[in-house]
Design a protein around this ligand. Sequence first.
Ligand SMILES: [Zn+2]
Length: 243
Amino acid sequence: MSKYQSSDAILLRAVGYGEGNRIFTCFGRENGKFSAVARGVLKPKSKLKGHLQLGNRCDLQLVNGRGLKTIASAVAKETYAANREKAEWYFYMSYFLELFNDFLPEDAPDENLFFLLDAVLKSLGDTDPPLLARFFELKLLAAAGYAVDTEHCAVCAKKLNGGFYDTRRSVLTCENCGSGMVISPKAHFALRYLEQTDPNLVSRLKVDDETKSVLFTLNKNRIEHSLEKKVRSLEILRKAELD
Ligand SMILES: [Zn+2]
């Protein structure tokens, strides 16, 4: 590996490290997920500070050492400014970054996922946040290898028009074959739409509150089944979305 490297990256997470330093988890367009330390970034005079904000897309100059990479310079090229205007949007942005970080392994570059995150962060200000969240969750589940067949019953292979979600096995079944969580035909249609659409077309889907609630519970179940843990922001989102 050469000593110097540049990266067009979105900042997913930051933790404090030593005095005035932070370690950033980044997702690079070309190099996937990696960690790098920004030295002195918490000091008042740091030139990096303004650029290295969570959720920013930055041009980073990195120095590869024996241990962690170091961020030598950073220029924010996209701050998705709208997401910082409302507390609700900021919260969803934080959730998207957390989920993306949780689902994707280090050193597995994927340009499509990079642009998916970029597009979702750009769409947040003019799309219903809960629906955009369901869309993003479905894309990440599929990308991480946890796709579920939503077209056919997992038992008899009949074409589905609603049915059940079997929470234990994480599969969909028709009304004759299964039991578990009821997926109404309306919720099934919304699920199929969100799986197949693009970020900028999410807002064309109109759903009632009951459908929203089914989609929330379904995805939450699938995420926790896949990650084998609870996602912190999802617990908070649940409260916010039900208000
Ligand atoms: Zn069946």
